[in-house]
Write a protein that binds this ligand. Structure first.
Ligand code: ADE
Length: 248
């Protein structure tokens, strides 16, 4: 997948895109992240990228011109162009899955108060928010999006099925995990996990996931309950126990 990032701060991306799993994906040619500095596309002799908003108000607004010229330079015509913005559609795993099926994406990172609306309109940009809080720019949100999208591209994660089990996919939060040693500073691993009894372990993990989701995320829990007919008989028993509030 090719991802073009248009930003005033390309160096912010390097530690994230060149290290660890994303770095390896780039080395293996699976992920091609290209950083474009919007400032390189100004026509202004002082390389100015923003100005005061018409109509007044606080903050600065990025010019349309360098944004248009950098989008043209990366060949953004006909591609999905995302603009990271707190007023955008909320990013969630479903959107990430959908984006991960694209061959290429273009991401515009804004700074200051925003960008000239004509750039957003002309390029038909999809505004994407990572949450109801305001950051200083779109760079960190873009990195969040890239990281979440990249790990769904086949071959990026070595252990390719791991993501299918995790929270949000199944509609439940992830159950607690343990590894060696069996006893750590007097704290034991739950006995059932050492039993080798796969079915019992599955039911225990399911119950833990259900309890966590019910307690922490009533929104996810409600959606999960609506699809509970797919559970088998024993799983339904687990659900009934969780719903009754037993053993809490
Ligand atoms: N830019 C600033 N805050 C943001 C947010 N919450 N999501 C996406 N882009 C942003």
């Amino acid at each position: 997948m090719r991802i073009d990032v248009l930003t005033l701060f390309p160096n912010m991306f390097r530690p994230v895109t060149e290290e660890s799993i994303l770095g390896r994906a780039a080395e293996n040619g699976i992920l091609d992240i290209r950083l474009t500095n919007i400032r390189d596309y100004t026509l202004d002799k002082h390389n100015k990228t923003d100005d005061y908003p018409f109509g007044g108000g606080a903050g600065m607004v990025m010019y349309a011109e360098p944004i248009f010229r950098s989008l043209e330079a990366v060949g953004a015509e006909g591609k999905r162009v995302l603009y990271m913005s707190p007023r955008g559609k909320m990013l969630d795993q479903q959107m990430i899955e959908e984006l991960s099926r694209e061959d290429s994406l273009v991401i515009l990172c804004g700074h200051y108060e925003g960008v000239d609306q004509r750039a957003l309109d002309h390029w038909n940009m999809e505004e994407v928010s990572i949450g109801d809080y305001v950051l200083t720019g779109g760079e960190l949100p873009a990195m969040v999006l890239i990281d979440a999208v990249a790990r769904l591209i086949p071959e990026v994660l070595g252990n390719s099925l791991a993501h299918l089990e995790e929270s949000v996919y199944s509609g439940l939060l992830e159950y607690p995990q343990y590894t060696k040693p069996r006893e750590f500073r007097g704290m034991e691993v739950p006995e059932i996990l050492l039993s080798g009894h796969h079915r019992m372990i599955h039911l225990w993990q399911l119950e833990q996931s259900m309890r966590l989701t019910k307690e922490r995320r009533p929104d996810l829990w409600q959606t999960y309950l609506d699809s509970a007919e797919t559970l088998d008989k024993e799983e339904k028993k687990v659900l009934a126990r969780v719903l009754s509030g037993e053993d809490e």
